[in-house]
Design a protein around this ligand. Structure first.
Ligand code: CS2
Length: 491
């Protein structure tokens, strides 16, 4: 038996299910990048909106790459299970907001048609940092990106997120349909502004007039999204099937915590998100800095150094006293001074909660998963706070240790001499640098510091930064990650 609309009534009583007529819900949101994070975050808020009677805000979810999600969920009428995992057990709930699934590479025109539906008033995105085809150091469109070149040459059959957004916006404009609001839900700095810049530039390259129209007419509110969502494993699928008494080909696993802070700028209308726990604010920036720097900055630091120390998951890494000290000192002594507290927020409580969230043993969040795409993540997570600290003449030792951990990781060889499966759009360049440098820490650091897309033009010329990173990388090679973290956090 498989999860489906017809089988909903066969679920055991302890499994929550959509409290509304799923089949009657209308699509009002197209989502690009329908992966686990979207399904454990925005889709849940929208499921709650639907349950409160906002029937026009169901989701059509598209994948820009693999057909996996659609193949798993189509036979289930788009239904899937959200398992919320804490120390006290797993709370299971079936989500119904995903009413339609599309696979962009298979059928780009159907996705474009869905984006042009006048009932669709918001296009949300979780395509990961690299999905915007931008330069991470400057936040501008990477005009040499192969997908951007392809989408400019053939705009009616896009591949990239900017390509789909601009083609759909241009078609709506031509048809006299008001533009949708573009809601980026990825962990980019100033995510709405960054995506606005990238999309307007792409549009201008197609046609300067279209570029001006996008700038003037399309809203790109900023958001801060937060929920830890590890990749689903076969053991998770088996657990869910056992509880449901039926198969779910792709449930999603999440922590209890969830937060969505949204800039309230939706000219075409929006669902009543404030009724379902989201925070609608005028300025997302302080929330974003708090989250990107304290949560994601610590996460990346734990991921690289934890992986090198032989740790499979973040919770395992956080079980080590030295790593607990690292997170505490990184956050308290370096990062907090770069984070303006959002209105009413208590940063001390936020950090304590974060450390508990990282330590949640029910979440098997792999260090390897978080280590992915470091070139796209480092700038906003570690390098921006480093810039702020340097400008203030303040020490950066723990932040630099995180950067050195990344360097050691992307060298592609672990402390036992085994290969690391480095996933990153710039992985081939890192590999070439590592091959030239061999085991020489200074040469590796110099080669990687020259990657302008990550470090920009300023940091590689600041000896306070390069000195701290080289010293930390030298110790990582000499002593290993576990001993380096231990030594760096004592005293
Ligand atoms: C993580 C994030 O994979 C990563 O890079 O740091 O996915 C993190 O779990 C989320 O941003 C939490 O909201």
């Amino acid at each position: 038996m498989r999860l489906s609309l017809a089988n909903l009534s066969r679920l055991p009583a302890d499994i929550r299910r959509p409290a509304y007529d799923v089949a009657a819900a209308q699509v009002g949101v197209v989502h690009l990048g329908v992966g686990a994070f979207h399904r454990a975050h925005q889709a849940v808020y929208l499921d709650d909106c639907l349950a409160r009677g906002a029937a026009g805000w169901a989701v059509c979810g598209a994948s820009l790459r693999s057909p996996d999600t659609s193949e798993a969920l189509d036979p289930q009428d788009g239904l899937y299970t959200l398992a919320v995992r804490s120390g006290t057990g797993d709370d299971l709930r079936v989500i119904g907001s995903l009413r339609r699934l599309l696979v962009a590479p298979r059928d780009p025109s159907t996705l474009l048609a869905a984006m042009c539906d006048p009932n669709v008033r918001i296009v949300t995105l979780t395509v990961t940092e690299k999905g915007y085809c931008h330069d991470p150091a400057t936040g501008t469109l990477d005009e040499a990106h192969p997908d951007i070149i392809a989408d400019l040459a053939n705009p009616a059959v896009p591949r990239s997120a900017p390509g789909f957004l601009v083609e759909a916006l241009a078609r709506r404009r031509a048809a006299g349909v008001a533009p949708f609001t573009v809601l980026c839900c990825d962990n980019l700095p100033a995510n709405g502004e960054t995506v606005a810049r990238v999309v307007a530039r792409f549009a201008a390259l197609r046609d300067p007039d279209l570029g001006r129209w996008v700038e003037a007419e399309v809203a790109f509110p900023c958001t801060m999204v937060d929920r830890i969502v590890p990749a689903t494993t076969d053991a998770d699928r088996a657990m869910v099937a056992g509880r449901l008494g039926m198969e779910d080909a792709w449930p999603v696993m999440a922590e209890p915590f969830t937060q969505w802070v949204v800039e309230d700028r939706f000219p075409a209308g929006r669902p009543p998100l404030e009724d379902v726990g989201a925070e609608l604010v005028a300025d997302v920036r302080p929330y974003e800095l708090m989250k990107l720097r304290l949560l994601n900055g610590s996460h990346s630091t734990l991921a690289y150094l934890g992986y090198l120390a032989g740790k499979e998951t973040i919770a395992e890494t956080m079980a080590e006293p030295a790593f607990q000290r690292l997170v505490a000192r990184l956050q308290d002594e370096e990062v907090t001074s770069t984070v303006p507290a959002p209105p009413g927020a208590d940063l001390g409580a936020y950090k304590r909660a974060l450390r508990e969230r990282f330590a949640n043993p029910a979440l098997k969040h792999r260090t390897w998963q978080i280590a992915m795409d470091g070139s796209q993540k480092l700038p906003q997570r570690l390098l921006s706070p480093i810039r702020d600290r340097l400008a203030a003449g303040a020490p950066i030792g723990f932040l630099a240790l995180g950067v050195a951990g990344w360097m050691r990781y992307v060298s592609g060889t672990d402390e036992k001499g085994s290969a690391i499966d480095v996933r990153d759009p710039l992985a081939a360049r890192f590999k070439a640098v590592a091959e030239t440098a061999g085991p020489d820490a200074d040469r590796l650091a110099e080669g990687l510091l020259a990657v302008r897309e990550v470090f920009g033009a300023d940091l590689p010329t600041d000896p306070r930064f390069t000195g701290a990173v080289k010293a930390a990388l030298g110790r990582l090679y000499a002593e290993g990650a576990a001993a380096s973290v231990d030594a760096a956090t004592r005293g």
